[in-house]
Design a protein around this ligand. Structure first.
Ligand code: GLN
Length: 241
């Protein structure tokens, strides 16, 4: 079985509320099933474009960090990341990392930060910030509720051809207005869900892993003993309401 390669993009600058835990969770849930997994941290500067990845993860960040990474994004990564997305590489993007895939982000200081433009969506800062626990329903391998934490000023609006990842059950989601949460495009899974998201949402994690594994001819994953994970999710869903 090939080694499953995960790229942790901007690992050192986009990592709020334990977002790195999503990389740990994906790696462990693959290794527990006998897969060999490599994780490549990729931040500022040049890199080996021949390095092929199965999954790219991008975490969240403050407006300041999002602003300072754009120079590197457009100097080194934009063409490559857009190509990965168009070639169906699986991408999980959280909050600031999610916003970065869209067209632009207007910050609370009125700065218009040009972003990747790979997903037809845009973000505008708002006040007060949207902070709190969030529950959203999504349809990935069946209907499920996802529990997470959100903290963002940005309100994201989806354009044509972009579906939401889910519908808000409790909390704000994309903008606190249209009931959508996150975005789906090709094999991109984008969400405002911090936490980290995946440890207590094992079915969501496995759905994301399968979107990458199908290219290796793997269409299903063996069952794991998810009593702890499922118990944590159940508690969170009860607590969050
Ligand atoms: N800085 C962005 C905002 O405030 C993203 C925040 C985050 O990644 N949690 O909306």
């Amino acid at each position: 079985m090939d080694c499953i390669k995960i790229c942790h993009l901007y690992h050192d600058i986009l990592n709020l509320y334990g977002d790195t835990g999503n990389v740990v969770t994906m790696k462990k849930r693959l290794e527990w099933r006998g897969f060999e997994v490599s994780v490549t941290d990729l931040s500022f500067g040049e890199f080996d474009r021949n390095d092929k990845f199965d999954i790219i993860f991008i975490g969240g960040g403050q407006d300041f960090e999002q602003g300072i990474l754009t120079e590197d994004l457009f100097k080194y990564k934009a063409g490559w990341l857009t190509e990965q997305i168009e070639n169906d590489t699986t991408v999980l993007a959280i909050c600031g990392g999610y916003q970065m895939l869209g067209n632009y982000y207007i910050t609370d200081k009125g700065e218009d930060i040009k972003f990747l433009g790979a997903l037809d969506l845009y973000t505008k800062a708002s006040s007060p910030r949207m902070i709190g626990n969030i529950v959203y329903s999504t349809e990935l391998n069946g209907k499920m509720n996802v529990a997470a934490f959100e903290n963002h000023s940005g309100k994201t609006y989806l354009g044509k051809g972009i579906s939401p990842l889910g519908r808000v059950v409790k909390g704000f989601g994309n903008n606190g207005e249209d009931g959508t949460e996150g975005a789906r495009y090709k094999n991109v899974f984008a969400t405002y869900g911090h936490g980290p998201l995946l440890p207590k949402n094992p079915v969501l994690c496995d759905s994301i892993l399968l979107s990458a594994l199908k290219k290796h001819g793997v269409l299903e994953l063996s069952e794991l003993d998810d009593r702890i994970e499922t118990g944590a999710l159940k508690n969170a869903l009860t607590l969050y309401g």
